[in-house]
Write a protein that binds this ligand. Structure first.
Ligand SMILES: [Zn+2]
Length: 108
């Protein structure tokens, strides 16, 4: 039987084991983060702030709503089994230069 430790009142205490989003296997907490972010043992935490296009989750924080996100856990086994559906994102910073006339007296 699958054990689900999620509370019925909606408030989740830090360190509460949570289930994998895919297989529902419970993942214990390996580290309780300083910012209320628990790290699961044998899995990863995933967040989304929603997006335009979703008919289910798009809180639009830029339009007055409080910043919020959905948060799920995926166990390592489920992530590896579905690796063909996963993209790894790399962030690159583009350097943009601006130019102005040079004045040695005011240049810093
Ligand atoms: Zn799983």
């Amino acid at each position: 039987m699958i054990k689900n430790d999620m509370p019925t009142d909606g408030l989740v205490k830090q360190g509460t084991p949570r289930a994998c989003f895919v297989c529902r296997k419970n993942l214990e907490t390996v580290h309780i983060g300083d910012t209320n972010t628990d790290m699961p043992s044998g899995g990863t935490t995933w967040h989304t702030t929603g997006n335009y296009g979703s008919a289910v989750y798009d809180p639009m924080p830029g339009f007055g709503a409080r910043p919020r996100a959905l948060d799920i856990l995926i166990c390592d086994r489920c992530l590896e089994e579905r690796k063909d559906l996963v993209l790894e994102r790399t962030t690159r910073t583009k350097t943009v230069h601006s130019y102005k006339t040079w004045d040695p007296k005011t240049s810093d």
